[in-house]
Structures are given as structure tokens and as C-alpha cells.
Ligand binder design. Structure first.
Ligand SMILES: NC(=O)c1ccc[n+]([C@@H]2O[C@H](COP(=O)([O-])OP(=O)(O)OC[C@H]3O[C@@H](n4cnc5c(N)ncnc54)[C@H](O)[C@@H]3O)[C@@H](O)[C@H]2O)c1
Length: 426
């Protein structure tokens, strides 16, 4: 087995790339960070310092890196959603394998062009569907593969996006406006869930998709009476409103506020005063009911599979507690669980005298990881994939990741057409 670390370049040195790059610090035999590409000078130089990267291996953009002679095996592409395809294709052409953030494209045409490019240049792309690596979903996959619940009749998944996550990412933040981020709410938030659904249902294929959804809550007509336009400037309700930027980001700095403070990265130790000043002008300080958001706050997706099985996914934004839940019904039993609790129950039909069903509870809680323990296992699998070694059952190669994205694109098309079903053409 090869022991040399995979020489890897960080492309887009933001939150996600740095999470994956941690592997290079924890398991030095697996990965070594040898270059960086990012137009943000602060981020570029701090990554160069962290990983000891010489100036000739620091680039302003992915495109500039692709023009330089190849000096590594792979890249981690953690740029924003709408530039994933345009930044990845030149890197594939330059000979790099790519660990690429989700969503890997923002429309079907781009998705197919990326799959074609990977095949044309004979390169590997792995998509960061980290949930497939979370012990919770991996165990569920193992149980389905073992046949214990029989053939699947129905799969129901739900994502509850907490009120603070919703407000930060999808009402005020980076994914709040389709024209700016080019991702729908379903694509940005639930391409994971529809990927999980397709992965767990791999015994069959989806054939029809329909969807409903809208922005019901975060609209100007729902703003509390007497509210202003900015929480820290002209709003008398900043101590009582559920979505007050003061209450969310100043009083509780641990609630998704890392996105909010990106704009202060160049200051070494920002003070509360710096933060308050920022909120007076940043999008995160705008009234949650009067922002420029135009994505849905809840959406439901129905899938009919070729086997006759049905799937439903609900995304509901603005809940008191964020989590994902799952309920799978097979011909021999069910699986029912809550991702944030890290627990699910396998319940098998048991018609013996004095029995009805036999239940087993699986407790797979993992702390300190926003994806239930999936982040670093995904990178370990990427290293194995790039080296040509055996990968896990979770492996998210680009070919294997396309189906979930197609279902998302069709669901959004159906939602825009009052729920008329769309045919899945693979
Ligand atoms: N897998 C997950 O569960 C998960 C979770 C959150 C976010 N994401 C996804 O991760 C991606 C990155 O999110 P983030 O919050 O880390 O983003 P970020 O904004 O913190 O980082 C993106 C970086 O890309 C850089 N960049 C822009 N253009 C570039 C170019 N041409 N070449 C190189 N770099 C360029 C930016 O300067 C920035 O530093 C997004 O697509 C997001 O949807 C995935």
C-alpha cells in the first residue's frame, strides 16, 4: 500500500476547504497541502503560513493555477456553488483529481458537462456529500444492504433548518437570493438529503419527481409592527424580535455567526464594538422580513421510483431546533431516526406469540462535527480513491453523485410549474 501523502492544493481557501485540509495536519501520511489558489489575499497568505507553502505555489485563482505546470496530485475545490464547474474543468484538464464541494453544479447542463469532462480527461472527482460518511447514515445503509428490512416501500426524509441557521444562510446570507448565489434553497441545503435518498434507494431508480414550496414567512408583510429596516439602527424591537441580529449574533456568538464575521477576518481580534459596527452595514443586520431574499423557506419533494416505492423529502426552514429525520419502511421492518440525536430504531416485524415487533436502538452520536462525524472520513476516502485503493460504500464519485442533483433540478422545475411532475431521464 502507498504511504506517500497525496499532494493536494487548496482552491478557494474558505470554511469548507480548511475543514477538509485538517487531515493534512492530523494524518501526515495521507495528505500534504502543497499549494493554494484564492483571490482573497488574507486567506491566501494565512493558508500559505499555516501549511508552509512557498510563494511560487500561491495563486490568485483556480484558472491561474491550471495554467502553471502540474505540481500536485489533487485539489480541494471549496469555492462557492456557481463557480464549481468553471473552476474545476481547467484543473481536470491540467491533470488534477478533485475533491469538490456540493452542490457540484447549479444546473443540469453544467452537471452533465462536468461529468463528461471528468470522463474525457480520465480524472477523478469526488463530491463532498459528507452525510454519506456520517456513522448514522452509514449504519442505515449497511442494514438496508443486509436485507434486514426487506424491499423498501417508502422513504421519508425531513430537514428542519433551525431559525438561526435559516436566518444566517438563507434569509440574510450567502444563499438568500437566487440571482446572487445561483443555488435554490433545495440545492444549497438539501442536495445532501436527495443524494442520501438516492444512495439508500440504490436498488432502484427514480422515475418521476414533483414538488411544492414557497417563501411563506420571511416577507415584508409579516414584519412585526413598528419594526425598522436594520436591527441595530432603526428597530425598537431588537431585544424582543425572534430574528433580531443583536440577539442572534451579539448575544449568542455561537449560532452560525462565523459566516457573519467573515467580513472582519482581516482584524486579528475583533471586539464587540467592531461587530456591532459591522452589523449596522452588513446584510446580516438587515430586518429578516425586509431583506433581498427570494428563495423558498419550505419545500416538499415527492419521488416515484421504478420499483413502485415512493420517497418524500421536506425542507422546513425556521424551526426551533435543527435536525434531520428519516423513516424508511421495508417489507420486513422499519428504520426511524433523528440525525442530530445520532439515534435510530430498527424495528422488525415479529409475529411470534406474545411479540409484535423486535426493536434495536442504534446510538451513533458524534460530537464536534457539523456533519455527524462525516467530514474527515470523506477526505480519507478521497485519498484512497485518488490513489486507486479500495474505497468505502459511501464513495461519492461524480458519476454516482449525479442522480441526487438531477432530482433536485427537476423538483425545482416542478415547484415553479405548480407541482406538475417531471420525468427523470438519466
Ligand atoms: N459539504 C457541506 O456540507 C457544505 C457545508 C457548507 C458549505 N458547503 C459548500 O462549500 C462551498 C464553500 O463554502 P464556504 O462557506 O467555505 O465558502 P467561502 O466563501 O468561505 O470560501 C470560498 C473561497 O473561494 C474563493 N474564490 C473565489 N473565486 C475563486 C477562484 N476563481 N479561484 C479560487 N478561489 C476562489 C473566495 O475568495 C473564498 O475564499 C460552497 O459551495 C458551499 O455551498 C458545503
Amino acid at each position: 500500500m502507498e504511504t506517500k501523502p497525496l499532494k493536494t492544493i487548496i482552491v478557494g481557501g474558505g470554511h469548507r476547504s480548511l475543514t477538509y485540509a485538517q487531515l493534512a495536519e492530523i494524518e501526515k501520511d495521507k495528505m500534504e497541502i502543497v499549494g493554494v489558489a484564492d483571490p482573497d489575499e488574507n486567506r491566501r497568505s494565512s493558508i500559505a503560513k499555516q501549511f508552509n507553502i512557498p510563494p511560487e505555489r500561491c495563486f490568485k485563482t483556480a484558472q491561474e493555477l491550471a495554467l502553471a505546470p502540474k505540481f500536485a496530485d489533487a485539489v480541494i475545490n471549496g469555492t462557492m456553488d456557481h463557480i464549481h464547474v468553471e473552476t474545476t474543468i481547467p484543473l481536470l484538464k491540467a491533470g488534477y483529481d478533485v475533491l469538490l464541494e456540493k452542490p457540484f453544479s447549479v444546473n443540469e447542463e453544467q452537471a452533465r458537462s462536468l461529468v463528461d469532462a471528468a470522463n474525457k480527461y480520465g480524472r477523478k472527482i469526488m463530491v463532498c456529500f459528507v452525510l454519506r460518511y456520517a456513522p448514522f447514515y452509514r449504519k442505515i445503509k449497511d442494514i438496508i444492504l443486509s436485507g434486514e428490512i426487506g424491499r423498501i416501500i417508502s422513504i421519508q426524509t425531513n430537514e428542519y433548518v433551525s431559525y438561526h441557521h435559516m436566518s444566517t444562510s438563507h434569509v440574510r446570507g450567502k444563499w438568500n437570493n437566487f440571482e446572487k448565489c445561483h443555488s435554490s434553497m433545495l440545492l444549497a441545503k438539501c442536495c445532501h438529503d436527495l443524494d442520501i435518498m438516492m444512495w439508500l434507494m440504490s436498488e432502484t431508480k427514480p422515475s418521476l419527481v414533483s414538488s411544492f414550496g414557497c417563501n411563506m414567512q420571511f416577507r415584508p408583510e409579516n414584519a412585526p409592527k413598528k419594526s425598522g429596516t436594520r436591527c441595530l439602527i432603526d428597530c425598537p424591537l431588537s431585544e424582543e424580535c425572534l430574528y433580531s441580529a443583536k440577539r442572534l449574533y451579539i448575544d449568542h456568538p455561537d449560532r452560525w455567526s462565523f459566516y457573519v464575521w467573515d467580513a472582519l477576518e482581516s482584524i486579528e481580534n475583533p471586539t464587540i464594538e467592531d461587530k456591532i459596527e459591522l452589523l449596522k452595514t452588513s446584510p446580516y443586520g438587515v430586518c429578516a422580513y425586509k431583506s433581498d431574499n427570494n428563495v423558498v423557506d419550505h419545500q416538499t419533494v415527492n419521488v416515484l421510483f421504478e420499483s413502485g416505492a415512493t420517497g418524500t423529502h421536506n425542507m422546513i426552514g425556521g424551526t426551533s431546533r435543527g435536525t434531520r429525520t428519516i423513516f424508511i419502511t421495508g417489507t420486513k421492518g422499519t428504520i426511524e431516526g433523528d440525525f442530530e440525536e445520532g439515534k435510530f430504531t430498527l424495528s422488525k416485524i415479529d409475529p411470534r406469540p406474545d411479540c409484535e415487533h423486535e426493536d434495536t436502538v442504534f446510538d451513533l452520536k458524534i460530537d464536534n462535527d457539523t456533519h455527524g462525524g462525516g467530514d474527515l472520513d470523506l477526505v480519507r476516502d478521497f485519498v484512497a480513491y485518488a490513489r486507486g485503493e479500495e474505497t468505502s460504500v459511501s464513495c461519492t464519485s461524480i458519476n454516482d453523485s449525479l442522480l441526487g442533483h438531477l432530482v433536485v433540478f427537476l423538483a425545482d422545475k416542478s415547484r415553479e410549474n405548480d407541482g406538475i411532475p417531471e420525468k427523470v431521464i438519466i
